[in-house]
Design a protein around this ligand. Sequence first.
Ligand SMILES: *Cc1c(COP(=O)(O)O)cnc(C)c1O
Length: 372
Amino acid sequence: MTQYSQLNPAERILMGPGPSSVSNRVLKALASPTLGHLDPQYVQIMDETCALLREVFQTQNKMTFPVSGTGMAGMETLAVNLLEPGDEALVCVNGAFGGRMKDVMERCGAIVHTVESAWGEIITDEAAAEAIAAHPKAKLFAIVHAETSTGAHQPLVNISKSAHDAGMLFLVDSVTSLGGHELQVDEWGIDAIYSGTQKNLSCPPGLSPVSFSDRALEVIEERKTKVKSWYLDVSMLRDYYMGNASGGRAYHHTAPINMTYALREALIMVREEGLENRIARHAEMHQRLRGGLEAMGLKYVPLHSLHNLNCVYIPDGTEDAAVRSRLLAEYDIEIGAGLGPMAGKAWRIGIMGHACTKRNVDLVLAALKEVL
Ligand SMILES: *Cc1c(COP(=O)(O)O)cnc(C)c1O
């Protein structure tokens, strides 16, 4: 009989594009007793999780809940619910995740027009306004706030206004930015947004927080065709997460109970630190990391860099994979490789949530110096 050893994964320091390191407190929450998904205790835990999500998203949107699935499930949830075959959509593509949004929306039968800029660059207000003027029939305008493939930090406020002035819904991917960068769903006029647990919230992968404005819900109500995904149909999910007309909870699918515990704990940790303090911590650690990387001669890919994801060019003559393997083998540090056209050309160093500490920043700088 095959013998299997006890599970014993290394305690890595996760400093790539996600997943990020998870605190013991969150891991402990994950190991709490599993409740039934309709148990009143669990319903309360879910309600609290949704309330905490509203705080971190800075929204009053009632329809705010964690989709069962990773960040990509959140992307699909927005697309399948808000688009019908033949609808037009505008999607910004300046990296891998914008490209995925286009693909996902086309799979919904939408006619997707893109606003493009080079990898590493942001979408300018002017380019967005021009595209909006050129495609006035687009139902929605979608954009990535933190393009994890390039490290670019996308400004949203002016573009949101242009999209609204043209009567479009404004959709945002905040998988990497939520809990690490300023992000105000209501104030910035975001109609629908998705995120992930495994990046800046420092929770294991498995849930995708989403939020829909009332305006977005009206668009869903007015659909002429059924949502193409049964699992991600918000009109059915609403009866479980928000309760049906009589206040009861209708079974749709079994919520990932223990993952909800973990997310709730991670969100409580955000609250205890204070969202503003947390954002300031990421800004401060970014300055520290950036100073060290630039002192070593490394150059940033984007002009407008995210704080929590630092994408730098690999120096000429340096072997990409060998450096990353040594960091992992000798220092237990994981950093990210380049994605798509950046493969072999850039590294992505994440300082997200629980991993965003002075100790880790100084350690990764010292380790890189040694290995290079
Ligand atoms: C990671 C990421 C996703 C996908 O999230 P998964 O958890 O890998 O499914 C989507 N968008 C952005 C910007 C991301 O960084």
